[in-house]
Design a protein around this ligand. Structure first.
Ligand code: 2PG
Ligand code: MG
Length: 447
């Protein structure tokens, strides 16, 4: 039984307000903190902001906080839900209470905070770890999978101030045997990268972007991948660390002309675009040439959220993992649309894109049933809440991205994953580190 629900306004990793929720039951008080994106998809559930310019530049979340304290909390307590068994009903009830298709009335940031805190309350009542609770919620039965972490070590796009259009260049220790080893490999590579950047561009360029990655003065994807190649070699992990890219291309798509502007961060004054405008065909050629030259088993959002034709064309003979983020927004309806158009072969999972834990689980289950990969993700505006680490293990998705191996809100997730791995090691439970099988970890076990 829920005894109390208390929401407060706190800060996220960008220094913007976010929602904190505390749910009290007979088993204790359970807290959640809600993340927030910068390169948000237009089809995402609505994050309610106060728009009161006199406070926090309009970014306050007191409306969402009040919606919890005055509407959601009292209604949930009255219904008498039991978080241990009723998480799906709790989420469904909040959805109905909101009444809009995108949680615009009460705010997805309000609803998600309550949903996450209720999951933790249910976990405590069941006296099991959170990943175990979420595993039960999702009906997962295969062996436990410790995911491959994808570390975003070079930040561009909306996440940094350099001229790089592509948002994320990630390193993935697929050749590690455990996540503990993978984290060490990534951390060592990260420090090698810092040294290389310092040498090439000067120490002033070792400052970091929103997700803890470096943001040196580069503009071309090849420059980024060459830096990564050099850092990986210097650390001694060639062939053991692979790369992932998230251009987050919705951010530089011009829907009027159907083109992509790779110079969108440095458009000359008075102009509407830079000199680096590319057609979808040119983007496809660019991606294909990068794939040929570097080990890149994962590409996310290479095309904009509604540029369906390009997705479909590119996916047709694409062998690696093609992840839909803005395209799918963790929404079962968008996943079905993408399936019918054969637009991608993996789903990015961000809990705040859809706004409840059980809807995110449903989207992951649907994606898995289509034989797609599922890639769990943080947001660029994060908190120290490590919920998604447990979610990844609970769902057995095989991979997660949580930024660089640096900054408290990023490493909170990696540290929690190492705790989970240590716990699994000391248990009777069958488990493995996803490694090269991060796309479809079940295949590892089936053989
Ligand atoms: C993304 C994310 C997370 P944001 O595009 O995948 O890395 O960025 O949270 O800004 O949408
Ligand atoms: Mg993305």
């Amino acid at each position: 039984m829920i005894l109390d629900v208390i929401a407060s306004q706190r800060l996220d990793s960008r220094g913007n307000p976010t929602v904190q929720v505390e749910v009290r039951t007979a088993h204790g008080t359970f807290r959640s903190l809600v993340p927030s994106g910068a390169s948000t998809g237009v089809h995402e559930a609505v994050e309610l902001r106060d728009n009161d310019q006199s406070k926090y530049g309009g970014m306050g979340v007191l409306k969402a906080v009040n919606n919890i304290n005055e509407i959601i909390g009292p209604a949930l307590i009255k219904e008498g839900y039991d978080p241990q068994h009723d998480l799906k009903q709790i989420d469904g009830f909040m959805r109905e209470l909101d009444g809009t298709p995108n949680k615009a009335k009460l705010g997805a940031n309000a609803i998600l905070g309550v949903s996450m805190a209720c999951a933790r309350a249910g976990t405590a009542a069941a006296n099991i770890p959170l990943y175990e609770f979420l595993r039960r919620e999702s009906g997962e039965e295969s062996p436990y999978v410790v995911p491959v972490p994808f570390f975003n070590v070079l930040n561009g796009g909306k996440h940094s101030g350099n001229g790089m259009a592509f948002q994320e260049f990630m390193i993935a220790p697929t050749g590690a045997r455990t996540i503990e080893e993978g984290v060490r490999m990534a951390s060592e590579t990260y420090h090698c990268l810092k040294g290389i950047i310092s040498e090439k561009f000067g120490a002033i360029y070792t400052g970091i972007g929103d997700e803890g990655g470096f943001a040196p003065p580069i503009t071309q994807p090849e420059e980024a991948l060459d830096l990564l190649t050099e850092a990986v070699a210097k650390a001694g992990y060639t062939d053991k660390i692979k790369f992932g890219i998230d251009p987050a291309s919705s951010e530089f798509f011009d829907s009027k002309y159907g083109t992509y502007d790779l110079g969108f961060k440095s458009i000359p004054e008075g102009e509407s675009h830079s000199e680096s405008v590319r057609t979808p065909k040119e983007m496809m050629d660019l991606y294909n040439s990068l794939m040929e030259k570097y080990p890149i088993p994962l590409l996310e959002d290479p095309f904009a959220e509604d540029d369906w034709d390009s997705w479909t064309k590119f996916c047709a003979d694409y062998k690696e993992e093609l992840v839909g983020d803005d395209l799918l927004v963790t929404n079962v309806e968008r996943v079905r649309m993408a399936e019918s158009r054969a637009a991608c072969n993996a789903m990015l999972l961000k809990v705040n894109q859809i706004g409840t834990v059980t809807e995110a689980i449903d989207a992951a289950k649907l994606a898995k049933s289509l034989d797609w990969g599922v890639f769990v993700s943080h947001r660029s505006g994060e908190t120290t809440d490590d919920f998604i680490a447990d979610l990844t293990v609970g769902l057995g998705t095989g991979h997660i991205k949580s930024g660089a191996p640096c900054r408290g809100e990023r490493v909170a997730k990696y540290n929690r994953l190492m705790d989970i791995e240590a716990e699994l090691k000391g248990s009777w439970k069958p488990w493995f580190y996803a490694g090269e099988q991060f796309r479809k970890p079940e295949a590892f076990f089936i053989g």
